[in-house]
Design a protein around this ligand. Structure first.
Ligand code: ADP
Length: 639
């Protein structure tokens, strides 16, 4: 028993004086009750027989044995209680939860190891110290009300607060407390009011003074920190989620706006497509789209009309199917190589090609090609126009012009009659003179045969010249097609000028030739170009006729090699020039300012030059006369 008491002291539980007093009081009470019962039983030994006495003694002895047995039972129960109390004391001391027992003045009366560790003081230092001193100033009010509620309401109270111990970091704790009577029994277990009142009176006459407070304290610093970290992280997370949500909402709005814009532009695209389709199919020009390998991808209605194929017959076929065999041969099968290597400037130009209809007939076409690319792949759109009608018209005009040219030549031949007669007359006169000379030579003795031969040779030459003049005149009058030869343009200029020599002389016109030597030959129809030159000379002669004689009338003829393999011939006179109001008209047929003019000369000349792939035009500056010029390609152009 002594050992157990010391253990209790070590555990911080002093011998309970109240328990001992209670025990003594109970024993005294039992003694008094037993004596009273004895008195009530009325057993008077003096009046009892010996048998009755023996019986009573026997009863007492049995009763004593019973009491002893009961006493042993009580003793064993007491030992068990002590053992369980020791267990409780150990559990109390080594519990991880800090326990404190305070009196009603907040003085620490009992503590366990966990509490000393929590408060950082030994048991000795803690006992008789106020627990409130360890509470952080900011939590003092809460702590006051916590203790007050414990004492007044007598039920379990909970407090969350901070500990402030010297300079150590703050500790958070959660504390659960309840009030006890001084006998260590919680108030709530006293269900019997009599016992409660009696005990109160026995242990301590003053109920108010005997309360003790039990606190179970848990260090929640780590938990709080974790909570704070979690809530901080949560805040950050929420902030981030908010930011991202805002950004998402913004981009969502943006996307919605874009989707709306896309819808509008899709609608616009559809409308545009419908409009374009309508134009595409209503176009009188055929529109064909092909890929870079020449495969037809789309065609419009006009293509069907031009070529006689339905759209589905053409899709997937090569565009070559639509060209004449000759055209196909000309441009090869591969559009790309044709476009890139052979005709680099093909894109955007209008070219004439011969197409082939489904029935095999040839159709003249104007074609222009545009190139476009989608996703890096090249495509071509060809716009095709059936020019059959135009060609027929052109042919008719050409024939008409040829007719006119013929008529014009007949007119000219009349006017040129005197000049040609003079030309022919010259060699004829020469022949007659040479023949006379020959006759004189033959008439003398021993005629000089060499000289005779020379004269005969000259006769021969003059006869040839006369023949040439007549032959040229015949050519000039004859109605024939273009017959080209390669010729030096200077020779042609000299020949034509030769035909007009008489006119120049008669009108006091000084002829100047400024011809570039070694000029490349030109492929042309001599007769026609000569006709052009004569027309231009005659116009200049006509213009100069009106000029006063005191001014030297001049005609300057020049030939030049221009860049790009072209030659240029200029006929300049110092006549009065062309009236400003007439400039637009003088190249058109039937425009003339001459009383007996036909107004066909320039128009025919221009047609002839253009038939040679050249151009004819004029310049006219005040006081500088008029310059007509034409340009011809040196080589025959590739059609
Ligand atoms: P025609 O000679 O029959 O009038 P052309 O077609 O040859 O027909 O000429 C048309 C007109 O151009 C002439 O009537 C004349 O008014 C004008 N013309 C042509 N050449 C000249 C020139 N060298 N100087 C001034 N006017 C010219």
């Amino acid at each position: 028993m002594a050992n157990q008491s010391s253990k209790k002291r070590d555990a911080g539980i002093p011998e309970n004086e109240a328990d001992l007093l209670l025990k003594k009081h109970l024993l005294d009470d039992i003694r008094k009750r037993a004596e009273a019962m004895q008195r009530k039983s009325g057993a008077e030994l003096s009046v009892m027989s010996s048998t009755e006495i023996e019986k009573l003694v026997y009863e007492f002895q049995v009763h004593q044995i019973e009491l002893e047995l009961q006493n042993e039972e009580l003793k064993r129960t007491h030992d068990e209680l002590s053992a369980s109390r020791d267990d409780f004391a150990r559990l109390y001391d080594f519990s991880p939860v800090a326990y404190l027992r305070l009196d009603k003045e907040d003085i620490i009366k009992k503590t366990n190891i966990a509490a000393t560790q929590l408060l950082g003081c030994s048991k000795e230092m803690l006992i008789n110290k106020k627990f409130g001193k360890f509470i952080h100033p900011s939590d003092q009010d809460d702590y006051y009300f916590f203790i007050h509620d414990l004492l007044m309401q007598k039920n379990t109270q909970i407090l969350s607060a901070k500990l402030m111990i010297d300079s150590r970091p703050l500790k958070h704790f959660e504390c659960q407390g309840f009030a006890l009577l001084g006998c260590s029994r919680p108030l709530c277990i006293h269900s019997d009011p009599h016992t409660y009142v009696e005990l109160r009176g026995v242990v301590n006459g003053n109920f108010q003074d005997d309360f003790q407070i039990c606190l179970a304290i848990q260090d929640v610093t780590e938990y709080k920190r974790t909570q704070e970290t979690i809530s901080c992280l949560n805040e950050k997370l929420e902030k981030k989620v908010f930011e991202q949500t805002s950004a998402l909402i913004e981009s969502n709005l943006d996307l919605t706006g874009k989707i709306e814009e896309l819808k509008v532009s899709r609608q616009q695209l559809r409308e545009r497509e419908a409009r374009l389709n309508a134009i595409f199919n209503a176009s009188i020009e055929g529109i064909i789209t092909i890929d870079s390998s020449g495969i037809i991808l789309t065609t419009n209605k006009a293509v069907e009309k031009i070529f006689g194929y339905r759209e589905e017959e053409l899709i997937g076929c090569s565009y070559n199917e639509l060209l004449s065999p000759l055209q196909r041969k000309k441009q090869g099968d591969d559009l790309n190589s044709y476009l890139q290597a052979k005709v680099p400037n093909l894109i955007g130009l209008v070219r004439e090609v011969d197409g082939m209809r489904k029935d095999g007939s040839i159709v003249p076409l104007d074609i222009s090609i545009v190139e476009f690319s989608i996703d890096g792949a090249n495509y071509f759109t060809g716009i095709v126009r059936d020019v059959s009608l135009r060609k027929q018209q052109e042919q008719k005009e050409k024939e008409h012009l040829e007719e006119l040219a013929y008529v014009s030549r007949l007119c000219l031949i009349g006017e040129m009659g005197s000049g040609i007669a003079h030309e022919v007359n010259q060699p004829l006169t020469a022949i007659a003179n040479y023949a006379q000379a020959c006759l004189r030579f033959i008439g003398v003795e021993n005629p000089d045969m060499d000289q005779l031969g020379e004269i005969l040779f000259k006769i021969h030459q003059q006869a040839l010249k006369a023949g040439q003049i007549i032959h040229r005149m015949k050519d000039f009058v004859s109605h024939r097609k273009i017959y080209r030869v390669d010729i030096d343009i200077n020779t042609l200029i000299e020949d034509a000028a030769g035909l007009c020599t008489n006119d120049f002389k008669r009108n006091n016109i000084k002829l100047e030739l400024d011809l570039t030597k070694n000029i490349p030959e030109v492929s042309l129809d001599e007769v026609q170009i000569e006709q052009v030159l004569i027309n231009l000379f005659r116009n200049s002669i006509d213009a100069l006729k009106a000029m006063p004689l005191k001014v030297q009338r001049k005609i300057l003829i020049q030939s030049r090699l221009k860049s790009h393999n072209q030659i240029e011939v200029k006929i300049n006179d110092n006549g009065a020039g062309i009236d400003e109001a007439h400039k637009d008209k003088i190249l058109t047929p039937f425009f003339t300012t001459k009383p007996s003019g036909m107004g066909m000369g320039l128009s025919i000349s221009r047609s002839i030059i253009e038939a040679h792939n050249g151009t004819l035009n004029f310049t006219c500056k005040p006081d500088e006369g008029t310059t007509f010029y034409f340009i011809l390609p040196v080589k025959r152009a590739i059609k």
